[in-house]
Design a protein around this ligand. Sequence first.
Ligand code: DOR
Length: 434
Amino acid sequence: MSFVLRNVRPLGGAEVDIRISAGRISAIELSGTIATDGAIEVLGAGMVLLPGLVDLHTHLREPGREDAETVETGTRAAALGGFTAVHAMANTDPVADTAGVVEQVWRLGRASGWCDVRPVGAVTLGLAGSQLAELGAMADSPAAVRVFSDDGKCVWDAVIMRRALEYVKAFDGVIAQHAQEPRLTEGAQMNEGAMSALLGLTGWPAVAEEAIIARDVLLTEHVRSRLHVCHVSTAGSVEIIRWAKSRGIDVTAEVTPHHLLLTDDLVATYDPRYKVNPPLRTAADVEALRDGLADGTIDAVATDHAPHPIEDKDCEWADASPGMLGLEDALAVVNTTMVESGRLDWAGVAARMSVAPAGIGRLSEHGRPIAVGEPANLVIFDPSASYVVDPNAGASRSRNNPYAGRELTGRVRATFLHGDPTVLDGELVARSNV
Ligand code: DOR
């Protein structure tokens, strides 16, 4: 099946027509000049065309917590958000710490067909932090794992972290660290600051994140390996990563959409939708994160899409599970916080949400230029359409959407995966129709 995308603006540039056939971009011509020739036309006047988005940090919850999300429901949400590839985090049940579990997740992703699923392997057995998982076997499995993380838990033991960094060099892997010093965050409920003092909630100090990042960049330099920092949330973390990059240390970092938009004053509502690890921080941190993303200190936006069933969120703040949905609204949040504020242009958005994350995850078919011969993994985005977020309208199995009731600007109109649409007119395309 072939498609002609009419009047789309690649990376926000001039309008063109694009033909997609046999899974690839087969022609790019001036608007109105490509003959339809039996292809299906997709109208994109005024819309931006980007390479399909790549998420480095998605919790798909399968196996083990299918009441919160499955590979099928999570990848539907991803397609609606414009993603063509996601990295599935390892904190499942059982933990993805063996070649068998990562292969299972990879096969479920292949069967779903909504986006490519690359499993993340755990760094330590059972995320317990004391013994390395079988990293090499996961790398050699059909899932070809390249990103390893104990996300949700920090690899706090410096010797284990050093060994993991040394080990993954053999297969060009990367350790993605959830930077949280465990002793400094015991019982923590929110960001440590004026608001936690006012609310009487135990605080999570910025230094708990920054101390681990500082240690890890030095370890990475020492063993000449590759480090990725998950969900950076403080101004001080941005400073340390900027310093590490200036020294030539091979470190990359991500920021979540929610840390680009939301602040810790929301915790005064005691609404557990705003409970997340790392916690929402201050307006000054948000500014520093936006600046860090704009100047490339932070390489990528990653959602940390963390679905939780209603009984784990509709309860007292202290008992609630941390985490927020993110896939379906990520591009609108980046549009609202980064593009409309003039900090990033569309080439910059493509770099942070597709090219860089594909590079960090070593995905060869994603984050590619929009050019003839390239794989047709693409998203068409209407940057001016605004909408009020309705948590019940989403494709995720869970409803813990932190943007519920907010107006965001920009909507995904179409997503193409390997040349076939997963989303058209903002709706999922039945896979049997493709
Ligand atoms: O808020 C969070 N939720 N942060 C994490 O690191 C883990 C995630 C989860 O798995 O729910």
